[in-house]
Design a protein around this ligand. Structure first.
Ligand SMILES: *Cc1c(COP(=O)(O)O)cnc(C)c1O
Length: 359
């Protein structure tokens, strides 16, 4: 056997091509790279510089820690925005590294203005306004009520908001757009950003000055009611550790949730819920091996999954695909009752990661 570890191959070329395709759909707008959650599980330290090389200048992460991780890997003429905002004890680090906080409440405006006064120079900031998520950002009313000099001492670079149901054709999208337009009109000289991946497909009105596609860059379909306009970027291949020949009634795995009655072959592969292959795949998911699909049988355990490979030409050391060309991420997610975002962001740390560079 060549290896007992699963291999996760990340196609950086596909990520860059997907990002370029999204940029092409938003002519006239800048196209940011959303690399939070380790670039949706694909590896932000590899993905961010690849996107920068392709011309991306704006990068969104959720946490300060994520910003610090990609900062050394990016050229100096790029911007890193931190979506989760800023706290008092983080101001010095933000200022020193040139990171840009996404300001989510009035208190953070005060904090960051204080930091700018201390630094003796205008510090860059993004204003986030909540137009329909009830999550982060100033409310529209709070934003419109800000005094004219609210950002004195700061370099306000962007006003942004986030869509709640952009992948659906629902009235909420237009309602959010109308609210965001009020914000745009209040700061007409500041660049505006509204659309995530799905928002880019809602039309030119939604694109403003910068779009923020995340999922589409990573191969998740941003238009779930239509064919996927982007390509898959990850292939997970998992070695068979053992093949068990069973010739009489027997149960498989924890809880004995699967029973075989006659001659059966069970292949045990090196991936489990600790690697992000959710326990909800128990007795539900499938793998592709020896040119065919085979079912996951029994419970997914921490480190192992059992496949029924009866009748398939499977032996130890062969690899089963759990995600990849035969098993696209959206399809896999549906089986587990979740979304592609969750499958991607949970991809495990124990896989041997192989990166294919852009051509
Ligand atoms: C995650 C995120 C995005 C990217 O969304 P996708 O649906 O993955 O394209 C854009 N903007 C904000 C504020 C986000 O949190």
């Amino acid at each position: 056997m060549t290896s007992t570890a699963a291999t996760l191959e990340i196609d950086l070329g596909a990520i860059v091509a997907n990002w370029r395709a999204m940029a092409a759909r938003a002519p006239g707008a800048a196209c940011a790279g959303v690399v939070k959650a380790d670039a949706y599980g694909t590896g932000a330290v590899r993905v961010a510089p690849a996107l920068a090389k392709a011309g991306c200048r704006d990068f969104f992460v959720a946490h300060l820690g994520e910003a610090l991780e990609i900062h050394p890997a990016l050229p100096a003429d790029t911007n890193i925005y931190v979506l989760n905002g800023i706290a008092a004890d983080e101001c010095d680090l933000f200022a020193a590294k040139g990171l840009i906080p996404v300001i989510n409440d009035r208190g953070q405006i005060g904090l960051w203005r204080g930091a700018a006064a201390k630094a003796g120079r205008p510090l860059p900031a993004v204003l986030h306004v909540d137009t329909g998520m009830s999550r982060l950002g100033l409310t529209v009313a709070e934003a419109l009520a800000l005094p004219a000099d609210a950002f004195a001492g700061l370099d306000l670079r962007l006003v942004m908001s986030h869509l709640a149901r952009a992948e659906e054709d629902v009235p909420l999208n237009a309602a959010q757009l109308e609210r965001f337009r009020k914000i745009r009109d209040r700061w007409p000289k500041i660049r505006a950003s509204f659309a995530n991946s799905s928002g880019v497909f809602l039309g030119a009105d939604y694109r403003f000055d910068m779009v923020r596609p995340g999922c589409a860059a990573y191969g998740i379909n941003p238009t779930p009611s239509q064919a996927n306009p982007v390509a898959g970027v990850a292939t997970l291949s998992v070695p068979v550790l053992q093949v068990r020949e069973i010739d009489r009634p027997e149960s498989v795995g924890y809880g004995a949730t699967h029973h075989v009655s006659g001659p059966t072959r069970i292949a045990t592969i090196a991936c489990g819920y600790a690697d992000g292959w959710l326990r909800t795949f128990s007795n539900r998911g499938r793998a592709f091996i020896a040119n065919r699909f085979v079912p996951i049988v029994g419970r997914v355990s921490m480190d192992l999954i059992t496949l029924d490979v009866t009748g398939a030409d499977v032996s130890v050391g062969m690899r089963a695909e759990l995600l990849g060309p035969h098993l696209p991420v959206d399809e896999v997610a549906t089986v587990a009752g979740t979304i592609g975002y969750e499958i991607m962001t949970r991809l495990g740390r124990r896989f041997a990661r192989v990166y294919r560079d852009p051509a």
